[in-house]
Design a binder for this molecule. Structure first.
Ligand SMILES: CC(C)(COP(=O)(O)OP(=O)(O)OC[C@H]1O[C@@H](n2cnc3c(N)ncnc32)[C@H](O)[C@@H]1OP(=O)(O)O)[C@@H](O)C(=O)NCCC(=O)NCCS
Length: 183
């Protein structure tokens, strides 16, 4: 498996990966929602506010090589701290349970750190994301950009120090993530 920055020409294949993976794990409706979300984030977010990383299986034919994908979009704080939000994340059903998701997230976090990112947040299953350095974040320390239906899923990590220092005020997410129903 090779890990790399995505090729914007692969955006339709990546949408398909998210749709298929979440259809398999949850439902057709959820698959369509997450596939569309991933597509919209990639399509509408500016280059400075977006990192997309893929796991590629070169044993497959071109057009079918994206085995996993993670998307980071900018979280903007008034303080100006460099922060990103990791969402969504998918590893194709055939590839799950082999360490690909964790290795891809570690690859992404290293790249963000090298680019000067200080804080990374995500909103998901703590049992999974705690394996890659994330820990639950209280909204008394860092507010989420939108109201959370599952506050226990608000997770974060600092790439530059041991702990996340409190920041006053609410951050803004990119337009494509600014949807109450996904939070
Ligand atoms: C969640 C997902 C990205 C994990 O990728 P992966 O490559 O299968 O994961 P890894 O091989 O790195 O890690 C596997 C471990 O994570 C655990 N794990 C996988 N999905 C999990 C989940 N949703 N919640 C908690 N733990 C999970 C596995 O049980 C396994 O544990 P073990 O090592 O103790 O056996 C992938 O399974 C996926 O895309 N699932 C469907 C979509 C999804 O739920 N995405 C969002 C995650 S919040």
């Amino acid at each position: 498996m090779e890990f790399s920055v995505y090729n914007p020409g692969d955006i339709d294949e990546i949408r398909h990966l998210f749709t298929r993976t979440f259809t398999d794990s949850e439902s057709e409706t959820e698959g369509a929602i997450v596939g569309n979300l991933a597509y919209e984030v990639m399509k509408t977010t500016g280059d400075n506010d977006l990192f997309v990383f893929v796991a590629l299986d070169h044993s497959r034919q071109p057009g079918e090589q994206v085995a996993g994908c993670i998307i980071f979009s900018r979280l903007t704080f008034d303080s100006g701290i460099d922060a990103f939000l990791l969402s969504p994340v998918a590893v194709g059903t055939d590839y799950q349970g082999k360490g690909t998701g964790q290795a891809l997230i570690h690859f992404g976090l290293r790249t963000l750190k090298d680019n000067g990112t200080e804080l990374v947040f995500t909103y998901g299953d703590p049992d999974y994301y705690c394996r890659t350095g994330f820990a639950p974040v209280s909204e008394a320390v860092i507010k989420a950009p939108l109201p959370l239906s599952h506050p226990e899923g608000w997770l974060g990590q600092s790439l530059v120090s041991k702990e996340i220092e409190p920041i006053a005020g609410k951050p803004h997410c990119v337009e494509a993530m600014n949807k109450p129903e996904i939070w």
